[in-house]
Design a protein around this ligand. Structure first.
Ligand SMILES: NC(=O)c1ccc[n+]([C@@H]2O[C@H](COP(=O)([O-])OP(=O)(O)OC[C@H]3O[C@@H](n4cnc5c(N)ncnc54)[C@H](OP(=O)(O)O)[C@@H]3O)[C@@H](O)[C@H]2O)c1
Length: 288
């Protein structure tokens, strides 16, 4: 029986990236829909859950993506709300690679060490990747802060984390490099989650920061997010700190994304959001 993946995207054009990884993760056929909302997704979910016999439902799965985290979460919730009794298929949420990217980055940061009690600052943590990184760092026991160029955006992201996951994050307004340099004072961990091509921190801002131990930058598009970290850096020692660039932990991200797709077809009731994806990521670090 063919493994069918239905890619539900909240953006008008479904992400090619997610489509390719779906095939590489083991789907035999991927059908991608754009512009999906909780209001219009219902009939598509019905088509996925009512068609195959109970023992065959695991060969159908749903992937929710798109560039907006809140819209993705709402669509993910709407999809699951349609499920009842045995009428369900496995489903994964990964808006803009949020869960797989954050899980890969934080799994590397936590590999072989405890992060409990450390202060972690997620720079530009208002996007999908940053919000999920903040969540996972908090789950590792960090005291987490999120910066944004605008305080109300940092507050909104912190509020979203509190209401959805009951984790606390300190919102910090940091509109420029100097403010972000102040935001990381006293922190042990920096996770840069800014938009592609945007530098958030100058090398001089972190090089002499004695408290800093671990830095990761998710941005793979020059200008990179943290000056002085190369995109291929993978647990590289720089200025007495251990650092990762976007491609350095991106190999784990891709492997993780593929592994999650493969898992979807092993059962018909798997629900993959941040924490479940992180649980898959952690044992994969050693092989990455
Ligand atoms: N390594 C990997 O495998 C991998 C996988 C997926 C994504 N990524 C990368 O991960 C990063 C985060 O992804 P995302 O989708 O969460 O990002 P995003 O939503 O595009 O941007 C994140 C935040 O960056 C801030 N920002 C935007 N323009 C800025 C500017 N000119 N100056 C300062 N801050 C700015 C915004 O925060 P405020 O408006 O609140 O300030 C925004 O919420 C991106 O660089 C993406 O390319 C990497």
């Amino acid at each position: 029986m063919k493994k069918l993946l239905y890619q539900f995207d909240t953006d008008p054009h479904p992400a090619v990236f997610d489509n390719v990884v779906a095939y590489d993760g083991g789907a035999d056929h991927v059908t991608a829909y754009g512009g999906l909302t909780p209001a219009n997704v219902g009939p598509l979910v019905d088509g996925a859950i009512f068609t195959r016999a109970p023992k065959d439902k695991k060969h159908t799965a749903i992937f929710v993506g798109g560039s907006n985290m809140a819209e993705g979460e709402a669509l993910f919730k709407a999809v699951r709300k349609k499920f009842f009794a045995g009428f369900r298929v496995s489903v994964m949420l990964d808006s803009n690679g949020s869960n797989t990217t954050a899980a890969a980055g934080v799994a590397w940061l936590a590999h072989g060490r405890s992060l409990a009690g450390k202060r972690a600052v997620v720079l530009a943590g208002t996007g999908p990747v940053g919000q999920r990184a903040a969540l996972l760092l908090a789950r590792e026991g960090c005291r987490v802060a999120i910066t944004s160029r605008r305080l109300e955006r940092a507050q909104a992201a912190a509020q979203a984390l509190a209401s959805r996951f009951e984790v606390e994050a300190e919102p910090i307004e940091a509109p420029d490099d100097a403010a972000r340099a102040r935001a990381i004072e006293g922190a042990q961990i920096v996770f840069a989650a800014g938009a592609a091509g945007v530098q958030l921190l100058e090398e001089s801002a972190w090089r002499e920061q004695r408290s800093l131990e671990l830095l990761a930058d998710a941005n793979a598009t020059p200008a990179l997010g943290i000056q002085g970290i190369e995109m291929m850096d993978k647990a590289k020692e720089r200025h007495g700190k251990t650092v990762w660039g976007a491609i350095g932990f991106g190999a784990l991200k891709i492997a993780l994304h593929r592994a999650c797709i493969a898992r979807l077809f092993e059962q018909n009731d798997l629900e993959l959001d941040a924490e479940a994806i992180y649980a898959i990521a952690k044992p994969m670090v050693a092989q990455a």
